[in-house]
Design a protein around this ligand. Structure first.
Ligand SMILES: [Zn+2]
Length: 140
């Protein structure tokens, strides 16, 4: 008998720990380069624009729009197909890969530029940012 499949979990590193700690507290945290002010959506040790290793963390608004997506009909560990894999455009500039939840996985319900709000999915040892259509169960 095989154990039930669960979602794969990111493994925090010293560099990414602040990102995951913030997610646990319900905050999407981004890095901003101290040299050129480029905002990046995933923790990185240096700026892809200018190469600087100096950066600050800040809390993102959590607001985004749907930039592109696919509806996956293939089984994946912990996911029940069909589900939405999306590239979301963050209000602060960068795009990030995530899931769109709380919406039927149907193009009729997924117009491009759909306003989205970050949500946080508790996966036990880690909390992962996902997105849902704005106005549906927003905290604010
Ligand atoms: Zn830079």
């Amino acid at each position: 008998m095989t154990p039930p499949l669960t979602k794969l979990l990111p493994v925090p590193t010293p560099e990414t720990q602040p990102y995951w700690d913030a997610a646990r507290d319900g905050e999407l945290r981004l890095q901003r380069c101290q040299e050129c002010a480029t905002v990046r959506a995933y923790p990185q040790s240096s700026c892809a624009t200018c190469g600087s290793q100096k950066y600050d963390w800040f809390a993102a608004s959590g607001r985004a729009t749907l930039y592109s997506y696919v509806i996956s009909h293939r089984p994946a560990p912990g996911f029940t197909p069909p589900f939405v894999i999306a590239l979301v455009q963050l209000e602060e500039g960068p795009r990030m890969l995530s899931n769109v939840v709380d919406v039927p996985p149907d193009p009729e319900h997924l117009p491009l530029d759909l306003p989205l709000t970050v949500r946080f999915e508790d996966r036990g040892t880690i909390v992962v940012p996902v997105f849902a259509p704005s106005g549906k169960g927003d905290a604010a």
